[in-house]
Design a binder for this molecule. Sequence first.
Ligand SMILES: NC(=O)c1ccc[n+]([C@@H]2O[C@H](COP(=O)([O-])OP(=O)(O)OC[C@H]3O[C@@H](n4cnc5c(N)ncnc54)[C@H](OP(=O)(O)O)[C@@H]3O)[C@@H](O)[C@H]2O)c1
Length: 347
Amino acid sequence: MSSPVRFALAGFGAWGRFHAQSIAGNPEAQLVAISAPSEESRQLARELYPQAEVFADSLDLIAQADFDILDIVTPSHTHREIALAAIQKGKHLLLEKPMALTLADCHAIVTAAKTQGVHLAVGHELRLSSQWGEIKNIIERGTIGQPQYVLVELSRKPYRSGAEGWRYDPVRVGSWVLEEPIHFFDLARWYLESSGNPMELQAYANSRDPQRPMLYDNFSAMFRYANGSYAVVSQTLAAFEHHQTVKVSGTRGALWAGWSGALDRTLEPTAFLKVFDGTTLENVQLTRQSGEVFELREEIAQCIAMVRHGTPPIANGHDGLWSAGLCLIAEDSIRENRPLPLDELCL
Ligand SMILES: NC(=O)c1ccc[n+]([C@@H]2O[C@H](COP(=O)([O-])OP(=O)(O)OC[C@H]3O[C@@H](n4cnc5c(N)ncnc54)[C@H](OP(=O)(O)O)[C@@H]3O)[C@@H](O)[C@H]2O)c1
Protein backbone atom coordinates (compact mmCIF):
# COMPACT_ATOMS: atom_id res chain seq x y z
CA MET A 1 0.00 0.00 0.00
CA SER A 2 1.34 3.48 -0.87
CA SER A 3 2.09 5.95 1.94
CA PRO A 4 -0.70 8.35 3.01
CA VAL A 5 -1.11 11.67 1.20
CA ARG A 6 0.12 14.45 3.52
CA PHE A 7 -2.41 17.28 3.93
CA ALA A 8 -1.68 20.68 5.44
CA LEU A 9 -4.71 22.72 6.48
CA ALA A 10 -4.82 26.54 6.44
CA GLY A 11 -7.73 27.68 8.63
CA PHE A 12 -9.24 25.85 11.57
CA GLY A 13 -12.61 27.57 11.94
CA ALA A 14 -16.19 26.35 11.54
CA TRP A 15 -15.66 24.65 8.17
CA GLY A 16 -11.92 23.98 8.55
CA ARG A 17 -12.66 21.72 11.54
CA PHE A 18 -14.90 19.59 9.32
CA HIS A 19 -12.08 19.45 6.75
CA ALA A 20 -9.71 18.29 9.52
CA GLN A 21 -12.17 15.54 10.55
CA SER A 22 -12.56 14.36 6.96
CA ILE A 23 -8.79 14.24 6.41
CA ALA A 24 -8.09 12.52 9.73
CA GLY A 25 -10.94 10.06 9.08
CA ASN A 26 -9.45 8.88 5.78
CA PRO A 27 -6.88 6.08 6.25
CA GLU A 28 -5.09 7.14 3.06
CA ALA A 29 -4.57 10.71 4.31
CA GLN A 30 -2.45 12.24 7.05
CA LEU A 31 -3.04 15.67 8.58
CA VAL A 32 0.52 16.91 9.09
CA ALA A 33 0.13 20.66 9.66
CA ILE A 34 -2.53 23.22 10.61
CA SER A 35 -2.47 27.03 10.70
CA ALA A 36 -4.75 29.47 12.55
CA PRO A 37 -3.90 32.95 13.87
CA SER A 38 -5.66 32.76 17.25
CA GLU A 39 -4.09 30.92 20.18
CA GLU A 40 -7.53 29.51 21.02
CA SER A 41 -7.86 27.73 17.65
CA ARG A 42 -4.23 26.59 17.72
CA GLN A 43 -4.70 25.11 21.21
CA LEU A 44 -7.76 23.18 20.01
CA ALA A 45 -5.84 21.98 16.93
CA ARG A 46 -3.01 20.68 19.18
CA GLU A 47 -5.49 18.87 21.43
CA LEU A 48 -7.47 17.25 18.61
CA TYR A 49 -4.57 16.52 16.23
CA PRO A 50 -1.42 16.11 18.38
CA GLN A 51 0.54 14.62 15.47
CA ALA A 52 0.12 17.81 13.37
CA GLU A 53 2.57 20.73 13.46
CA VAL A 54 0.62 23.89 14.33
CA PHE A 55 1.46 27.35 12.91
CA ALA A 56 0.10 30.85 13.55
CA ASP A 57 0.81 31.99 10.00
CA SER A 58 -0.16 30.12 6.83
CA LEU A 59 2.90 31.47 4.99
CA ASP A 60 5.19 29.99 7.67
CA LEU A 61 3.34 26.68 7.32
CA ILE A 62 3.93 26.74 3.56
CA ALA A 63 7.62 27.61 4.02
CA GLN A 64 8.40 25.12 6.80
CA ALA A 65 6.04 22.13 6.78
CA ASP A 66 6.53 18.99 4.69
CA PHE A 67 3.27 18.16 2.88
CA ASP A 68 1.79 17.18 -0.50
CA ILE A 69 -1.39 19.24 -0.69
CA LEU A 70 -2.58 22.42 1.02
CA ASP A 71 -6.26 22.61 1.93
CA ILE A 72 -7.22 26.32 2.18
CA VAL A 73 -10.24 27.00 4.43
CA THR A 74 -9.46 30.54 5.56
CA PRO A 75 -11.62 33.68 5.18
CA SER A 76 -12.13 34.32 1.48
CA HIS A 77 -10.07 37.56 1.28
CA THR A 78 -6.94 35.58 2.29
CA HIS A 79 -7.26 32.89 -0.41
CA ARG A 80 -5.23 34.64 -3.11
CA GLU A 81 -2.08 35.24 -1.07
CA ILE A 82 -2.06 31.78 0.52
CA ALA A 83 -2.88 29.96 -2.73
CA LEU A 84 -0.17 31.75 -4.72
CA ALA A 85 2.46 31.10 -2.03
CA ALA A 86 1.64 27.37 -2.00
CA ILE A 87 1.64 27.15 -5.80
CA GLN A 88 5.07 28.85 -5.90
CA LYS A 89 6.33 26.05 -3.64
CA GLY A 90 4.95 23.50 -6.09
CA LYS A 91 2.17 22.29 -3.76
CA HIS A 92 -1.17 20.90 -4.95
CA LEU A 93 -4.27 22.70 -3.68
CA LEU A 94 -7.77 22.10 -2.44
CA LEU A 95 -9.03 25.68 -2.41
CA GLU A 96 -12.37 26.50 -0.82
CA LYS A 97 -14.88 28.53 -2.78
CA PRO A 98 -14.81 31.35 -3.62
CA MET A 99 -11.34 30.98 -5.15
CA ALA A 100 -10.81 34.70 -4.56
CA LEU A 101 -12.77 37.95 -4.37
CA THR A 102 -12.04 39.33 -7.85
CA LEU A 103 -11.91 37.87 -11.31
CA ALA A 104 -8.31 39.09 -11.71
CA ASP A 105 -7.28 37.18 -8.57
CA CYS A 106 -9.09 34.02 -9.76
CA HIS A 107 -7.24 34.29 -13.09
CA ALA A 108 -3.92 34.78 -11.25
CA ILE A 109 -4.46 31.54 -9.25
CA VAL A 110 -5.53 29.47 -12.27
CA THR A 111 -2.63 30.76 -14.36
CA ALA A 112 -0.04 30.20 -11.61
CA ALA A 113 -1.25 26.61 -11.01
CA LYS A 114 -1.00 25.89 -14.74
CA THR A 115 2.47 27.43 -15.01
CA GLN A 116 3.79 25.50 -11.98
CA GLY A 117 2.07 22.26 -13.07
CA VAL A 118 0.23 21.74 -9.76
CA HIS A 119 -3.28 20.30 -9.39
CA LEU A 120 -6.03 22.66 -8.27
CA ALA A 121 -9.36 21.41 -6.88
CA VAL A 122 -12.02 23.97 -5.92
CA GLY A 123 -14.47 23.33 -3.06
CA HIS A 124 -17.68 22.79 -5.00
CA GLU A 125 -18.41 19.63 -3.04
CA LEU A 126 -22.13 19.61 -3.95
CA ARG A 127 -21.07 18.05 -7.24
CA LEU A 128 -20.00 14.97 -5.23
CA SER A 129 -23.40 14.54 -3.60
CA SER A 130 -25.46 11.36 -4.02
CA GLN A 131 -28.34 13.75 -4.72
CA TRP A 132 -27.07 16.84 -6.60
CA GLY A 133 -24.40 14.75 -8.36
CA GLU A 134 -26.96 12.08 -9.31
CA ILE A 135 -28.98 14.77 -11.09
CA LYS A 136 -26.02 15.29 -13.42
CA ASN A 137 -25.88 11.52 -14.10
CA ILE A 138 -29.61 11.43 -14.90
CA ILE A 139 -29.22 14.36 -17.30
CA GLU A 140 -26.21 12.70 -18.96
CA ARG A 141 -28.15 9.44 -19.42
CA GLY A 142 -30.70 11.45 -21.45
CA THR A 143 -33.64 10.48 -19.17
CA ILE A 144 -35.26 13.93 -19.34
CA GLY A 145 -33.98 14.82 -22.84
CA GLN A 146 -32.07 18.05 -23.42
CA PRO A 147 -32.24 20.20 -20.23
CA GLN A 148 -33.81 23.59 -20.98
CA TYR A 149 -34.63 25.00 -17.53
CA VAL A 150 -32.81 24.71 -14.19
CA LEU A 151 -33.89 26.13 -10.84
CA VAL A 152 -31.60 25.95 -7.82
CA GLU A 153 -33.14 27.53 -4.74
CA LEU A 154 -32.26 27.75 -1.04
CA SER A 155 -34.15 29.12 1.91
CA ARG A 156 -32.24 29.24 5.20
CA LYS A 157 -31.39 31.02 8.45
CA PRO A 158 -28.77 33.82 8.39
CA TYR A 159 -25.06 33.10 7.89
CA ARG A 160 -22.57 32.51 10.72
CA SER A 161 -20.46 35.61 11.38
CA GLY A 162 -17.04 33.88 10.93
CA ALA A 163 -13.77 34.50 12.78
CA GLU A 164 -13.52 38.18 13.76
CA GLY A 165 -16.82 38.80 11.96
CA TRP A 166 -15.29 38.59 8.45
CA ARG A 167 -18.48 37.26 6.84
CA TYR A 168 -20.44 40.43 7.77
CA ASP A 169 -17.68 42.79 6.60
CA PRO A 170 -18.19 43.73 2.91
CA VAL A 171 -14.42 44.24 2.42
CA ARG A 172 -13.41 40.80 3.71
CA VAL A 173 -16.35 38.76 2.38
CA GLY A 174 -16.40 40.60 -0.96
CA SER A 175 -20.01 39.67 -1.64
CA TRP A 176 -22.56 37.35 -0.05
CA VAL A 177 -23.25 36.02 -3.54
CA LEU A 178 -19.72 34.54 -3.34
CA GLU A 179 -20.62 32.78 -0.10
CA GLU A 180 -23.46 30.39 -0.97
CA PRO A 181 -25.23 31.22 -4.26
CA ILE A 182 -21.82 30.44 -5.81
CA HIS A 183 -22.56 26.72 -5.27
CA PHE A 184 -25.89 27.07 -7.08
CA PHE A 185 -24.34 28.91 -10.02
CA ASP A 186 -21.85 26.06 -10.21
CA LEU A 187 -24.56 23.36 -10.18
CA ALA A 188 -26.82 25.15 -12.68
CA ARG A 189 -23.95 25.72 -15.13
CA TRP A 190 -22.84 22.08 -14.71
CA TYR A 191 -26.35 20.74 -15.37
CA LEU A 192 -26.62 22.91 -18.51
CA GLU A 193 -23.12 22.01 -19.77
CA SER A 194 -24.54 20.64 -23.05
CA SER A 195 -25.82 24.16 -23.89
CA GLY A 196 -22.25 25.54 -24.05
CA ASN A 197 -21.31 28.75 -22.23
CA PRO A 198 -24.03 31.02 -20.82
CA MET A 199 -24.19 34.39 -22.58
CA GLU A 200 -26.17 36.81 -20.38
CA LEU A 201 -27.15 37.27 -16.72
CA GLN A 202 -29.53 39.49 -14.77
CA ALA A 203 -29.81 39.59 -10.97
CA TYR A 204 -31.96 41.22 -8.30
CA ALA A 205 -31.40 41.46 -4.55
CA ASN A 206 -32.35 43.28 -1.38
CA SER A 207 -31.40 43.46 2.27
CA ARG A 208 -33.59 43.76 5.34
CA ASP A 209 -30.90 45.69 7.21
CA PRO A 210 -30.40 49.31 6.08
CA GLN A 211 -26.99 49.26 7.82
CA ARG A 212 -25.67 46.71 5.31
CA PRO A 213 -27.55 47.21 2.03
CA MET A 214 -24.82 45.43 0.02
CA LEU A 215 -25.13 42.19 2.03
CA TYR A 216 -28.23 40.75 0.44
CA ASP A 217 -30.73 38.66 2.39
CA ASN A 218 -32.70 37.88 -0.76
CA PHE A 219 -30.94 37.21 -4.07
CA SER A 220 -32.11 35.88 -7.43
CA ALA A 221 -30.38 35.65 -10.79
CA MET A 222 -31.23 34.28 -14.22
CA PHE A 223 -28.70 33.39 -16.87
CA ARG A 224 -29.37 32.25 -20.40
CA TYR A 225 -27.75 30.45 -23.30
CA ALA A 226 -27.73 31.02 -27.04
CA ASN A 227 -29.95 27.92 -27.57
CA GLY A 228 -32.71 29.37 -25.34
CA SER A 229 -31.96 27.30 -22.21
CA TYR A 230 -31.81 29.24 -18.97
CA ALA A 231 -31.23 28.88 -15.23
CA VAL A 232 -32.64 30.53 -12.12
CA VAL A 233 -30.52 30.70 -8.96
CA SER A 234 -32.29 32.01 -5.89
CA GLN A 235 -31.61 32.29 -2.16
CA THR A 236 -33.16 33.84 0.93
CA LEU A 237 -31.28 34.17 4.20
CA ALA A 238 -34.34 35.74 5.84
CA ALA A 239 -35.96 32.38 6.51
CA PHE A 240 -35.49 29.44 8.90
CA GLU A 241 -33.65 26.08 8.97
CA HIS A 242 -32.08 24.94 5.66
CA HIS A 243 -34.17 23.87 2.65
CA GLN A 244 -32.73 23.41 -0.83
CA THR A 245 -34.61 22.63 -4.05
CA VAL A 246 -33.47 21.75 -7.55
CA LYS A 247 -35.81 21.44 -10.53
CA VAL A 248 -34.72 20.61 -14.05
CA SER A 249 -37.03 20.40 -17.08
CA GLY A 250 -35.89 18.83 -20.32
CA THR A 251 -37.32 18.24 -23.78
CA ARG A 252 -38.73 14.87 -22.64
CA GLY A 253 -39.12 14.85 -18.85
CA ALA A 254 -38.27 16.63 -15.63
CA LEU A 255 -36.81 16.11 -12.17
CA TRP A 256 -37.30 17.59 -8.71
CA ALA A 257 -35.04 17.20 -5.69
CA GLY A 258 -35.31 18.59 -2.17
CA TRP A 259 -33.11 18.57 0.92
CA SER A 260 -34.13 19.76 4.38
CA GLY A 261 -32.38 19.96 7.71
CA ALA A 262 -32.58 21.99 10.90
CA LEU A 263 -29.10 23.22 9.92
CA ASP A 264 -26.85 23.05 6.83
CA ARG A 265 -24.56 20.55 8.60
CA THR A 266 -27.16 18.28 10.14
CA LEU A 267 -26.30 14.58 10.11
CA GLU A 268 -30.00 13.67 9.83
CA PRO A 269 -31.39 15.46 6.78
CA THR A 270 -34.42 14.45 4.78
CA ALA A 271 -33.89 14.29 1.04
CA PHE A 272 -35.72 13.15 -2.07
CA LEU A 273 -35.20 12.97 -5.83
CA LYS A 274 -38.11 12.38 -8.23
CA VAL A 275 -37.54 11.80 -11.93
CA PHE A 276 -40.15 11.83 -14.70
CA ASP A 277 -38.94 10.46 -18.05
CA GLY A 278 -42.06 11.58 -19.92
CA THR A 279 -43.92 8.36 -19.10
CA THR A 280 -43.05 7.13 -15.62
CA LEU A 281 -42.42 8.93 -12.34
CA GLU A 282 -39.64 7.37 -10.24
CA ASN A 283 -38.61 8.08 -6.64
CA VAL A 284 -34.83 7.62 -6.85
CA GLN A 285 -33.27 5.87 -3.84
CA LEU A 286 -30.17 7.81 -2.82
CA THR A 287 -27.15 5.52 -2.43
CA ARG A 288 -25.54 7.64 0.31
CA GLN A 289 -26.70 10.41 2.61
CA SER A 290 -26.71 13.84 0.99
CA GLY A 291 -25.28 16.87 2.80
CA GLU A 292 -22.11 18.99 2.75
CA VAL A 293 -20.49 17.08 5.63
CA PHE A 294 -20.79 13.81 3.68
CA GLU A 295 -19.66 15.38 0.42
CA LEU A 296 -16.58 16.80 2.11
CA ARG A 297 -15.38 13.24 2.81
CA GLU A 298 -15.75 12.46 -0.90
CA GLU A 299 -13.85 15.63 -1.73
CA ILE A 300 -10.88 14.56 0.41
CA ALA A 301 -10.91 11.10 -1.22
CA GLN A 302 -10.91 12.81 -4.62
CA CYS A 303 -7.91 14.95 -3.64
CA ILE A 304 -6.00 11.81 -2.66
CA ALA A 305 -6.57 10.38 -6.16
CA MET A 306 -5.61 13.75 -7.66
CA VAL A 307 -2.27 13.85 -5.81
CA ARG A 308 -1.45 10.16 -6.33
CA HIS A 309 -2.63 9.55 -9.88
CA GLY A 310 -3.32 13.00 -11.36
CA THR A 311 -7.05 12.17 -11.51
CA PRO A 312 -8.77 15.45 -12.50
CA PRO A 313 -10.94 16.93 -9.71
CA ILE A 314 -14.69 17.15 -10.30
CA ALA A 315 -14.42 20.98 -9.98
CA ASN A 316 -11.16 22.51 -11.21
CA GLY A 317 -9.79 26.05 -11.39
CA HIS A 318 -11.74 26.79 -14.56
CA ASP A 319 -15.00 25.82 -12.80
CA GLY A 320 -14.03 27.89 -9.75
CA LEU A 321 -13.33 30.87 -11.97
CA TRP A 322 -16.68 30.53 -13.75
CA SER A 323 -18.68 30.25 -10.53
CA ALA A 324 -16.93 33.23 -8.91
CA GLY A 325 -17.28 35.17 -12.18
CA LEU A 326 -21.05 34.57 -12.38
CA CYS A 327 -21.39 35.88 -8.80
CA LEU A 328 -19.32 38.99 -9.52
CA ILE A 329 -21.25 39.76 -12.71
CA ALA A 330 -24.50 39.25 -10.73
CA GLU A 331 -23.24 41.94 -8.33
CA ASP A 332 -22.59 44.28 -11.29
CA SER A 333 -26.05 43.51 -12.71
CA ILE A 334 -27.74 44.40 -9.39
CA ARG A 335 -25.76 47.65 -9.17
CA GLU A 336 -26.41 48.63 -12.80
CA ASN A 337 -29.98 47.26 -12.81
CA ARG A 338 -29.63 45.62 -16.22
CA PRO A 339 -28.73 42.31 -17.87
CA LEU A 340 -25.00 41.91 -18.54
CA PRO A 341 -23.07 39.83 -21.09
CA LEU A 342 -20.85 37.02 -19.85
CA ASP A 343 -18.20 37.26 -22.62
CA GLU A 344 -15.33 38.04 -20.24
CA LEU A 345 -15.82 34.64 -18.57
CA CYS A 346 -15.54 32.68 -21.82
CA LEU A 347 -11.85 31.77 -21.66
N1 LIG B 1 -17.63 24.59 0.40
C1 LIG B 1 -18.44 24.91 1.37
O1 LIG B 1 -19.53 24.37 1.45
C2 LIG B 1 -18.02 25.92 2.41
C3 LIG B 1 -18.72 25.97 3.62
C4 LIG B 1 -18.30 26.92 4.58
C5 LIG B 1 -17.26 27.80 4.32
N2 LIG B 1 -16.62 27.71 3.12
C6 LIG B 1 -15.48 28.62 2.84
O2 LIG B 1 -14.42 28.25 3.71
C7 LIG B 1 -13.70 29.41 4.13
C8 LIG B 1 -13.70 29.47 5.66
O3 LIG B 1 -15.02 29.57 6.15
P1 LIG B 1 -15.37 29.27 7.69
O4 LIG B 1 -16.84 29.29 7.78
O5 LIG B 1 -14.63 28.08 8.18
O6 LIG B 1 -14.77 30.58 8.40
P2 LIG B 1 -14.36 30.77 9.92
O7 LIG B 1 -15.23 29.95 10.80
O8 LIG B 1 -14.28 32.22 10.14
O9 LIG B 1 -12.89 30.14 9.98
C9 LIG B 1 -11.80 30.76 9.36
C10 LIG B 1 -10.52 30.18 9.92
O10 LIG B 1 -9.42 30.75 9.24
C11 LIG B 1 -8.51 31.27 10.21
N3 LIG B 1 -7.77 32.35 9.60
C12 LIG B 1 -8.03 33.64 9.44
N4 LIG B 1 -7.06 34.23 8.73
C13 LIG B 1 -6.15 33.26 8.45
C14 LIG B 1 -4.91 33.21 7.77
N5 LIG B 1 -4.39 34.30 7.18
N6 LIG B 1 -4.23 32.02 7.71
C15 LIG B 1 -4.76 30.90 8.30
N7 LIG B 1 -5.92 30.90 8.93
C16 LIG B 1 -6.60 32.06 9.00
C17 LIG B 1 -9.35 31.63 11.40
O11 LIG B 1 -8.47 31.62 12.53
P3 LIG B 1 -8.89 31.75 14.05
O12 LIG B 1 -9.77 30.55 14.32
O13 LIG B 1 -7.58 31.62 14.73
O14 LIG B 1 -9.58 33.06 14.18
C18 LIG B 1 -10.33 30.46 11.41
O15 LIG B 1 -9.76 29.34 12.01
C19 LIG B 1 -14.36 30.58 3.44
O16 LIG B 1 -13.70 30.87 2.24
C20 LIG B 1 -15.76 30.09 3.15
O17 LIG B 1 -16.36 30.73 2.05
C21 LIG B 1 -16.97 26.79 2.18
